[in-house]
Design a binder for this molecule. Structure first.
Ligand SMILES: O=C(O)[C@H](O)[C@@H](O)[C@H](O)[C@H](O)COP(=O)(O)O
Length: 234
């Protein structure tokens, strides 16, 4: 297991610029090498500045497939929608030419949409070129929440499901998430966290091994050819 590499920045603006520059370079390299690129991004509040910087990158966005890491089971009109967040903060300027793949299908529950979503996501070229994850102060990442009834399946390294529905105490709405195997083999894998509290949570996660207590540990401890890149600013 290669230890995560910590990239520290004095402020969130510097972090956003550096992460966007690094991600854009990986995407451009994928397009030059294989003709296309896949990018998986998380929702929540942290990624906004990063997504805005990335969306201004001058790359051939028409060759980039953008997908969400996870989604709250709400329509795009909801303020809780990650799809809406990505469309508003990334898909502006040059990046509006990218292909954006969302999760919400309009079914009443994510379970009812699973078969349709599995067909949708099994066609994505794998491994992703880039996956950018966030982390909650409870140690969740993606929608791998402590207390989720199917957490073992979500985190199974050889799991066969691309996507799964999640219900958990800390999740709010029902969720839909990519599973661990879809994320850990990304060519460039980043964990983007900000603030002192999350730095303390990261240190606690690194100091322990129980993934059911802090599911982000499944990412921190994943066996990868390239190390996990942790991006942090106060
Ligand atoms: O749907 C989501 O909420 C995200 O995908 C989730 O995994 C997020 O990365 C963390 O909850 C951190 O969220 P904040 O950036 O808002 O702290």
């Amino acid at each position: 297991m290669t230890d995560p590499v910590l990239h520290r920045y004095d402020n969130r603006q510097d972090l956003a610029e550096a992460l966007a520059t690094g991600v854009a370079a990986v995407l451009a390299g994928a397009i030059a090498t294989r003709g296309s690129a896949t990018l998986a991004v998380s929702g929540g509040s942290t990624p906004k500045l990063f997504l805005e910087h990335l969306g201004r990158a001058e790359i051939d966005w028409s060759q980039v497939e953008v997908t969400l890491v996870d989604e709250r089971w709400v329509p795009e009109t909801s303020e809780r929608s990650n799809l809406s967040l990505v469309r508003r903060h990334l898909m502006q300027g040059p990046a509006e030419k990218a292909h954006l793949l969302g999760f919400y299908t309009g079914h009443d529950t994510p379970e009812e949409a699973i078969e349709e979503l599995r067909h949708r996501y099994c066609r994505l070229s794998r491994p992703f070129d880039v996956a950018v994850l966030g982390m909650g102060t409870d140690g969740h990442t993606a929608s791998f929440f402590p207390g989720a009834g199917n957490l073992d399946e979500l985190l199974h390294p050889q799991g066969h499901d691309e996507v799964a529905a999640v219900h958990a105490p800390g999740a709010g709405e029902p969720r839909i998430t990519l599973t661990l195997p879809m994320l850990v083999d990304a060519r460039f894998l980043a964990l983007h966290i900000e603030g002192e509290e999350k730095r303390t949570v990261l240190d606690a996660a690194l100091a322990g091994s129980d993934v059911s207590e802090m599911p982000v540990r499944a990412i921190l401890g994943a066996t990868r050819a390239e190390p996990l890149n942790v991006f942090w600013a106060p």
